[in-house]
Ligand binder design. Structure first.
Ligand code: ZN
Length: 334
């Protein structure tokens, strides 16, 4: 697919400068140099430049469009270099790090807002610049620059891994961050552990002029998306597409081809977008896996994407399902 890398989180050409990860002197020089910027992450949410207070007051629908970077001399990151993740050198030549401040407990925190399908809450830290706040990445991913999107996805995924993999998988001892955040090492048995990325297939299954979409319980009313599922050990992408489609809907799939991939740091997946040709249209859903599955004609899907369908809502903008359906409608999957 020629436009494969145009997907959100499709990569910006960031120089990750992996050779510097085990060079503490070079990293310290980058951190202390005047050309370093740091992205704060709080419970997976990056610090963003919010619209002005006035703009928010007049139109709460406005969402931020840029990450907010702070300098290493900001009091919030004093002494934080040892726990920082080195993200790389951006196109402007700046060193980019990320620091996690998940231990911060905001006043009057609404925990339930953080768990919603769309977390629209914003947490403003009193010591950070006015007009900045922590924002759920899925809410802003489609508006970020390619570079900010890659940096935010990387920081979120790596810190998510540190939070869920704090103990050695070999012996159970508490492990330590190493390699500027790109490894954990066990002080007890010396095992090294690396950030995980879990492969997921997401499939554009078509039959004639119709596409197969499904919905999970708990999604916003009327929202349908492409079927998806984790690739199992010992399985190819093609086999995973056929198995997941059959398990969830009973639809048999013939030819499968690769289209595009998307890093999906929620918490640490890599989505493999694939096309699959269904051998028939009969659907038998597995209610343990999905709530509903339907075939939608190209004409009806156009109406969905125009926001005018009476019953069906499009997938989340910025998600690869949205990207693949959009390209299917535009006939640009080749
Ligand atoms: Zn160990």
């Amino acid at each position: 697919m020629r436009q494969a890398e145009q997907v959100t989180f499709g990569g910006s050409g960031l120089d990750r400068a992996a050779h510097l990860r085990d060079d503490p002197a070079a990293l310290a020089a980058l951190w202390e140099g005047g050309n370093c910027r740091i992205l704060l992450i709080w419970r997976g949410k990056p610090l963003c430049a919010l619209p002005s207070e006035v703009a928010v007051a007049s139109d709460s629908a406005i969402v931020p469009e840029a990450l907010a970077w702070i300098r290493p001399d900001h009091p919030m990151v004093t002494g934080a270099a040892a726990g920082a993740v080195f993200l790389g050198i951006c196109t402007a030549g700046r060193a980019r790090f990320s620091v996690d401040i998940s231990d911060w407990q905001p006043d009057n925190l609404d925990d339930t807002a953080l768990l919603g399908f769309v977390d629209s809450s914003e947490q403003r830290h009193p010591d950070l610049p006015q007009g900045t706040g922590f924002v759920e990445l899925r809410r802003i991913m489609a508006q970020l620059s390619r570079e900010d999107a890659e940096l935010a996805a990387t920081a979120r995924a790596v810190f998510g891994w540190h939070h869920s993999h704090g103990y050695c998988a070999c012996c159970g001892a508490k492990s330590d961050m190493a390699q500027a955040g790109w490894q954990r090492v066990c002080p007890s048995c010396d095992a090294a552990h690396f950030p995980r990325t879990d492969p997921v297939v997401i499939m554009l299954i078509t039959h004639g002029d119709a596409v197969l979409v499904g919905r999970s319980p708990g999604w916003p009313e009327g929202m349908y998306s492409l079927l998806a599922g984790f690739v199992e050990p010992g399985e190819t992408l093609e086999a995973a597409v056929r198995r997941e489609t059959a398990e969830e809907t009973g639809v048999e799939v013939g030819a499968v081809s690769y289209l595009s991939s998307q890093p999906w740091p929620f918490p640490m997946s890599l989505m493999f977008g694939c096309a699959g040709e269904a051998l028939g249209r009969e659907i038998t859903i597995d209610p343990k896996e999905i709530e509903d599955a339907i075939w939608v004609s190209r004409q009806d899907m156009m109406t969905v994407f125009e926001g005018e369908h009476p019953d069906i809502r499009q997938p989340r903008k910025g998600a690869i399902a949205h990207f693949l359906l959009q390209n299917w409608l535009a006939d640009t999957l080749d």
